[in-house]
Design a protein around this ligand. Structure first.
Ligand code: ADP
Length: 685
């Protein structure tokens, strides 16, 4: 420990210094009051031993200065004096010394006094520590108060007085702390529980200690704005005076509350939008959907009257397609645009919200005037920027609606517009489907008429053609010799052309017969079909010296014997016909199993089909070669295709890699009992 010794007498100075050193002190000794004052301020010691009688600043003055110094309250001052007057003691203590020793000082007495002084020093150091700690705590609390947004408060409930409140209250409540503390009622509107008030606190005090009251409620700030607070209050009896005391924290939760509120609202809106789209999707008819939609809108928007109106642009009017809260007349409700506020929404394409529509000039339609509307809101239904109708909400009592309400109305209108657009599109589709069906029927009818016309024409052409050929023959036979060679050639040409025309007519007749004659489908043996077809083309085969390879045991298929023979004959005839002159035709006929079909191949080594022409050749009159040495009508393959189609089959061609083509026909397989072997087995046993 450090000690300051102030003594002008050198002997005493040494004496006291040594006594203190012997007690373990680190001593700084001074001769004058001035010197000591400077030393004291430079480094405040816990113990000062001072001679009262000093030149200049004497001991009394030094004591007073020390005590007046900011850090001078703590050191223990031990005065040393030679005076022995009755007043001296009072004077010494009044100056600020803690104790005094009379000179000359007997060492034993000095020790006792020192012990007392040292105890004091220890007390003071301890007290200093405690004070400092307290001050620090107070500072910390102050900081906490200052920096926290939460408002801490203490209320003397018994006295109805606000005891203290943290500075953050100014920001939250908008009042100066001083005002809150001074006004006996002001704090109440912010801190008392909104329901129950003081009674809630007094009730709480009766319950178990440590109970907390937690409440969230709105407050109105000094500037009139509303804030939401979360308050947590505990109520206890003050141990000193027994007063009821409420301590608590109030937190500004306006933003959280707003966020939660917005979220809840948004959720309700989304649910509404979802329900509207759901009824749109699940309703059995458009009418049912519209009815469900207006109900839902009425519920969500809390509107007693809701109308869904479709715009009839050609007549500048709105047709109410569904309504809630009003009975639609039997003949429907149609309102000219200029007689309803909804017309404005149609014209501007923007929502119209009129909080008092009574003076409106467009409120002239009887049905609408009868509503006596006090709130009118119309939301345009727009699809791709074009207004197609309106969603109208009407209230018959004055009502204040906010921005959100309007927004929700607009969102609902958007969903409804999308739905109505879909309904329109579906209607249009149904219309066009019906139109297509009618057209197809007309076309079929026309086709049939045309085909039967072609049939009768071809049929009727045959007779004169035969007559013509007959006379040409007769001319050659009976008068051939009389004719010039040129004339004979003409006659032959007449016969050849007649034959070609006959072929053409025969083919056309076959083709049209295949088209509209009834065809009976039944099991047909392909072996028989191929044999009969070969018979038909025998002349061509013989003439061309073709080599034929015909697979045996061809399967049974479903079809018409006549049609199949005609088809296969055409393929065989082509196979031997479209072969280069120097090449011997080779034709192969075989069958292949293909799921539900049997495919019959007719492959040749002919001139082949140029790439890309595979489909074309199946059309009527399409021929790739026009040479005279391969006579034809261009109908053979068309007959093949039509014939196969009529018996539920198909036909086509594949180009062969080297040369030649592979024509095929697919005929339905016969569903034989053998395909259900368990039945046969069952019958046998
Ligand atoms: P046509 O045989 O009377 O000419 P088709 O309808 O039978 O009429 O055939 C149409 C055209 O398809 C033929 O003119 C010919 O160009 C081509 N064609 C048909 N079969 C073959 C084949 N096996 N090889 C090459 N070309 C063919």
């Amino acid at each position: 420990m450090r000690a300051l010794v102030v003594e002008d007498n050198a002997g005493d100075r040494w004496f006291f210094s040594e006594l203190l050193r012997s007690r373990g002190y680190e001593v700084r000794s001074c001769e004058t009051g001035e010197e000591a004052w400077n030393a004291f301020r430079a480094d405040v010691p816990p113990l000062v031993l001072v001679d009262l009688m000093l030149p200049g600043i004497d001991g009394f003055e030094l004591c007073r200065r020390i005590r007046a110094y900011p850090h001078g309250r703590e050191p223990v001052i031990l005065a040393v004096t030679g005076r022995d007057e009755p007043d001296a003691l009072g004077e010494i203590l009044a100056a600020g010394a803690d104790d005094f020793i009379r000179k000359p000082v007997p060492p034993a007495q000095f020790a006792v006094r020192m012990e007392i002084a040292e105890r004091r020093v220890r007390d003071r150091v301890e007290r200093l520590g405690i004070t400092q700690e307290l001050e620090f705590k107070a500072w910390e609390l102050e900081q906490l108060f200052r920096n926290l947004h939460d408002v801490f408060f203490s209320i003397d409930v018994t006295a109805g007085r606000l005891i203290q409140m943290s500075p953050s209250a100014e920001a939250l409540f908008g009042h100066a702390i001083a005002d809150l503390l001074a006004d006996p009622d002001l704090w109440k509107q912010y801190l008392l529980p909104p329901e129950g008030g003081v009674d809630t606190w007094t009730e709480m005090a009766k319950g178990p200690p440590g109970n907390q009251l937690v409440r969230e409620y709105p407050i109105r700030r000094a500037d009139g704005s509303v804030a939401w607070v979360h308050a947590r209050v505990s109520v206890e009896r003050d141990p000193r005076y027994g007063n009821l005391r409420a301590d608590g924290v109030t937190t500004d939760i306006t933003r959280e509350w707003q966020a939660a509120e917005t979220l809840a609202l948004r959720n309700r809106e989304l649910a509404a939008l979802y329900r509207v789209s759901e009824v749109s999707l699940t309703a059995e008819s458009a009418e049912a959907a519209y009815a469900a939609i207006v109900e839902e809108v009425a519920r969500v928007m809390e509107a007693p009257v809701v109308m869904l109106e479709a715009l009839d642009r050609s007549a500048d009017r709105l047709v109410v397609v569904a309504a809630h809260g009003i009975d639609l007349p039997e003949e429907g409700l149609t309102i000219p645009l200029h007689q309803t506020p909804a017309g404005v929404a149609v014209q501007t394409g923007r929502p119209l919200v009129d909080r008092d529509p009574r003076p409106r000039r467009d409120l002239t339609h009887d049905a609408i005037r009868a509503l006596e509307p006090r709130l009118w809101a119309s939301f345009p239904l727009a699809s791709r920027g074009v207004v197609t109708g309106t969603l109208t909400l009407v209230d018959r009592v004055p009502r204040n609606v906010d921005e959100r309400w309007t927004q929700l109305g607009a969102s609902l209108a958007a969903v409804i517009a999308t739905f109505m657009e879909r309904v329109d599109a579906e209607d249009a589709l149904r219309d066009s489907e019906a139109r297509h069906r009618a057209l197809a029927a007309q076309l079929k009818q026309a086709n049939q008429e045309l085909e039967s016309f072609a049939y009768s024409v071809s049929h009727d052409l045959r007779a004169p053609l035969r007559t013509m050929q007959g006379f040409a023959h007769a001319l050659l036979q009976n008068y051939g010799d009389a004719l010039e060679p040129e004339a004979r050639d003409y006659a032959r040409r007449i016969i050849a052309s007649g034959r070609q025309s006959e072929r053409l007519i025969a083919d056309l007749l076959a083709y049209s017969r295949l088209s509209f004659e009834k065809i009976e489908v039944k099991p047909v043996e392909l072996d028989v079909v191929v044999a009969q077809a070969l018979e038909q083309v025998q002349a061509d085969v013989t003439e061309s010296k073709a080599r034929l390879t015909i697979a045996r045991g061809l399967p049974v298929v479903l079809g018409s014997q006549t049609a199949l023979v005609q088809v296969v004959a055409n393929l065989l005839s082509n196979a031997v016909k479209f072969v280069p002159p120097e090449r011997i035709p080779e034709v192969r006929v075989r069958a292949e199993d293909r799921d539900d079909f049997t495919r019959l191949w007719v492959e040749d080594n002919g001139i082949g089909i140029p790439e890309g022409q595979e489909e074309r050749i199946f059309r009527v009159f399409e021929r790739l070669t026009q040479s005279d040495d391969r006579p034809g009508t261009g109908i053979g393959l068309a007959i093949a295709r039509r014939g196969m189609e009529r018996i539920g089959g198909r036909c086509g061609v594949e180009r062969l890699p080297e040369h030649g083509s592979a024509f095929w026909i697919d005929a339905m397989k016969e569903r034989r009992k053998s395909r259900r072997p368990w039945l046969r087995r069952g019958r046998r046993s």
